[in-house]
Design a protein around this ligand. Structure first.
Ligand SMILES: [Zn+2]
Length: 304
């Protein structure tokens, strides 16, 4: 009997200890429900900025960026078709503006650290330039005239901290291999350009072959980890470079121009600018983000 009673009281004593330990631990380590939240869909990606420091959500962010890329590349919406993210409406969210010049890079991007690492080699293709102050010159900006989306960053005089003149040299943003260089570029005529834009209107999007022509004379570089950069609207390309040639960061690639634009088609030299694209696999840098997020991401990669 006493043996049985002793065992029983030991069991109760153990149970009390277990309960108090459990209570104690939950007081010390409170577990927020948000930590386990899985962010899905495009809205989740927008919100993800707040969760950037939590390692658990980073893979989801990556998947969302990818999903978003696929839908955007397929449809290239300008208005808001059903099921797509009403991106322009997000512009008035002032949340990102509240993250001032913080030394923590993580706060300035919703792209995960792995992506950030892969692109850490980037430097300015125009020395001394800064990221444009105009949203319409950022990647992701709508391009109504061709029913599409801007996939690169524009460097225009007055908006990027330096003068950008027709003929200014353009330099490699990182080490890599030339995978395209347009030595035999032919500028479309005004009529051809008009026909291309008519085509875009009928398609309600910018077909890839037309988009390519609208980028004008180009140089593309393949970098490591599936990243690449494109330099567009050039007036000339480096004579000594061919496809397959290795380049170092800062190597001369070509000259600023306006090829592929309406001014270029008219044979004018006005409105020169560099259109610069950064790709990570099939996503352009900043794809799916708000203009504020795109700007911080590009700044942290190219200005810091
Ligand atoms: Zn552009």
């Amino acid at each position: 009997m006493s043996k049985k009673g002793g065992f029983f009281s030991l069991l109760i004593f153990g149970f009390i200890i277990f309960c108090s330990l459990f209570l104690f631990s939950s007081l010390i380590f409170p577990k927020g429900a948000s930590e386990n939240q899985v962010l899905t869909g495009l809205q989740g990606m927008q919100k993800n900025q707040n969760n950037a420091e939590k390692p658990g959500v980073k893979t989801d962010a990556k998947a969302n960026v990818k999903n978003n890329a696929e839908t955007m590349l397929e449809k290239e919406p300008t208005s808001t078709p059903p099921g797509s993210l009403p991106a322009p409406e997000k512009n008035n969210i002032p949340e990102e503006e509240r993250t001032p010049t913080s030394p923590q890079q993580e706060n300035s991007t919703t792209w995960d650290e792995a992506m950030f690492e892969k692109l850490s080699f980037l430097q300015m293709p125009l020395p001394g330039a800064s990221i444009t102050t105009r949203d319409s010159q950022l990647p992701g900006a709508p391009r109504a005239y061709r029913h599409g989306v801007h996939e690169g960053l524009d460097f225009y005089a007055d908006y990027c901290g330096i003068q950008v003149n027709y003929g200014d040299p353009v330099f490699a943003a990182g080490p890599g291999v030339i995978c395209r260089i347009d030595h035999h570029y032919q500028e479309p005529s005004v009529e051809e350009r008009t026909a291309m834009l008519q085509n875009c209107m009928e398609a309600g999007a910018t077909p890839e072959n037309i988009l390519d022509k609208l980028r004008g004379r180009q140089v593309w570089i393949a970098h490591s980890f599936g990243t690449s950069t494109r330099y567009a609207h050039l007036s000339a390309v480096a004579n000594h470079l061919q496809e397959g040639d290795p380049v170092r960061a800062g190597d001369f690639l070509g000259n600023v121009g306006n090829s592929g634009t309406s001014e270029g088609a008219r044979g004018e030299k006005t409105n020169p600018h560099l259109h610069f694209e950064v790709w990570l696999e099939n996503n352009f840098l900043g794809e799916g983000l708000t203009p504020q997020e795109v700007r911080s991401l590009w700044r942290s990669l190219l200005e810091e």
